[in-house]
Design a protein around this ligand. Structure first.
Ligand SMILES: NC(=O)c1ccc[n+]([C@@H]2O[C@H](COP(=O)([O-])OP(=O)(O)OC[C@H]3O[C@@H](n4cnc5c(N)ncnc54)[C@H](OP(=O)(O)O)[C@@H]3O)[C@@H](O)[C@H]2O)c1
Length: 231
């Protein structure tokens, strides 16, 4: 495999920013190893993009599913050059004291524990090569806050802290960064902004800046709080 072709693990490849990044990485000739929960979307991706690309139905909040996915990916080729924790959910808008316990748990299970699950099963193989970049999707709401999305804000602040600590644990030659993608018109933005989400950039346009930016990241970025340029 050419040194310029990266093996990219991407969670949440079925919709929104993940789907737009997937299309961008594939168009640039990289090998994509993606997952999401939607069996239909994953089947569609498999049909369009055969091996060496791989797409799996995985719920990142389920450690055993992530373990099996990582084992299959790592058995099929070397450790990823780029690991992108993009998958996340947001709570339906509500004041914090009105958020049911099960909704709060679900947001933390996916957005924090899901990221930890993916790191647990992929990072040891990357550390063994002392090579690779880890991008954990954060948000403006990982660095500021808004009412009615407190559970989501809490998880993105957690991602900032978790990633900063991870950056201190990695060997030289690797990087872990929290990345704020900006504000983009996706299902998630529609959930919290309603119709006004339509006045923001769409994922495909966003990916034109985001994909080359993410591909440009290297060890020199370790621990830096990043934002997609133009956002
Ligand atoms: N859009 C924005 O303006 C914005 C702003 C700041 C930060 N972000 C961050 O950017 C990332 C992408 O957001 P988005 O706007 O693209 O959201 P989105 O449109 O809701 O897409 C979320 C993606 O994550 C997947 N996903 C959700 N739960 C999952 C789980 N348990 N296991 C595996 N995959 C799961 C979804 O696929 P399935 O449903 O098929 O599983 C989907 O592919 C998130 O980390 C989000 O917090 C977005």
């Amino acid at each position: 495999m050419s040194a310029n072709i990266k093996r990219i693990v991407l969670t949440g490849a079925s919709r929104g920013l993940g789907r737009a990044m997937a299309e961008g990485f594939l168009a640039a000739g990289h090998v994509l190893l993606g997952c999401a929960r939607s069996a239909e979307a994953i089947a569609g991706l498999r049909k369009r993009f055969g091996p060496p690309h791989r797409f799996a139905v995985v719920d990142v909040s389920r450690d055993e599913e992530v373990r099996a996915w990582a084992a299959a990916v790592l058995a099929a080729g070397p450790a990823p050059d780029l690991l992108i924790n993009n998958a996340a959910i947001i709570n339906p808008n509500a004041r914090l004291w009105d958020v049911p316990a099960k909704d709060f748990s679900r947001v933390t299970d996916v957005n924090i524990k899901g990221v930890a699950n993916v790191l647990r099963h992929f990072v040891p193989a990357m550390v063994a090569r002392r090579k690779g970049v880890i991008v954990n999707f954060s948000s403006y709401w990982g660095r500021s806050v808004a009412p009615e999305v407190a559970p989501y804000c809490a998880t993105k602040w957690a991602i900032e802290g978790l990633t900063a600590a991870l950056a201190e644990e990695l060997p030289a030659g690797m990087a872990a960064v929290p990345l704020n993608p900006g504000v983009i018109d996706t299902d998630m933005l529609r959930s919290c902004f309603g119709e006004s989400a339509g006045s923001y950039l769409g994922p495909t346009q966003w990916a034109q800046e985001a994909v080359p930016f993410i591909l440009s990241l290297g060890p020199e970025h370790n621990g830096r709080q990043l934002t997609v340029p133009g956002q």
